[in-house]
Design a protein around this ligand. Sequence first.
Ligand code: GDP
Length: 318
Amino acid sequence: MSRRAASVPDLVRGAREGDPRSVARLISLVEDRSPLLPEVMAALAPFTGAAQVVGLTGSPGVGKSTTTSALVTAWRREGKRVGVLAVDPSSPFSGGALLGDRIRMEDHALDREVFIRSMAARGHLGGLSWGTPQALRVLDAAGCDIVLVETVGVGQSEVEVAHLADTTLVLSAPGLGDGIQAAKAGLLEVGDVYVVNKADRPGADQVRRELRTMIAMADRPDDAWRPPIVKAVATTGEGADEVVAEVARHREFLEQDGRLEARRTRRAREEVEAIALAALRQEWDEARGDSDLDGLAASVAAGELDPWKAAETLRRSL
Ligand code: GDP
């Protein structure tokens, strides 16, 4: 398939058949904010909803990419088809090079049942909320049983990733002051499974105790999920099976009493809102070209006009 010849129906068909190039091309369309996206998403919609979206979060250096690789290995042992989406909200650059550094690709590069993609999210209005759900839809429609979303780079996205996921894994490790950091970052409210990575290092039990105490302090209804804490060594794969089992247990939990639907509806709401807001923003940017924003700004700066009146004048002129 040449770049030109590949129509949306071709790409969608390719993705559903598990063709990695079609999957990659469709995710690139998301990244590039292609005008074809409405058509793509309409074609994909009937084939989505089966994948369990797993978010992975934790501070830099805690072992996220190493854990990703270990988890992919564990899921593959169970015969699952796995997608990995590494989102970098701080980078304007797309492409696989970044991910090649991050995830130990060589372990999975030849596996046709594993899709690994990175995506730059910078500049997208709404950060992760605009493009990431659409990229997830591509991997979902490609038949992935599990899609793992990891944010790379630093930023405020640690908690944001939880909004995208059915199940959120929060990683900690000894030596990073991580229990406290997790509390500060608001991660104690969003974790469904806590992983104390680097359990081969001293202090792992201490981190686990801290986490257990802090999680116990959170107000939870009686029928709420009790987040388990799993110790792991991502570099050897130790604990990965247990994490995978807890992720599956969480999915079963969500499937009771309409919890999964509720989570997904909340997520879809954010997705719809992000798309609508981006469209409004674009209309605004286009219209603004014809307005006298510079003139109004000069008057406000000179003290001749107050900002509210200026804003009202601007809105009326659009
Ligand atoms: P990320 O920034 O959160 O993605 O962290 P990485 O996966 O890149 O890991 C950061 C460093 O910690 C690397 O040097 C890893 O080899 C190392 N590391 C990851 N997991 C473990 C572990 O379980 N034990 C030990 N000792 N080192 C680990």
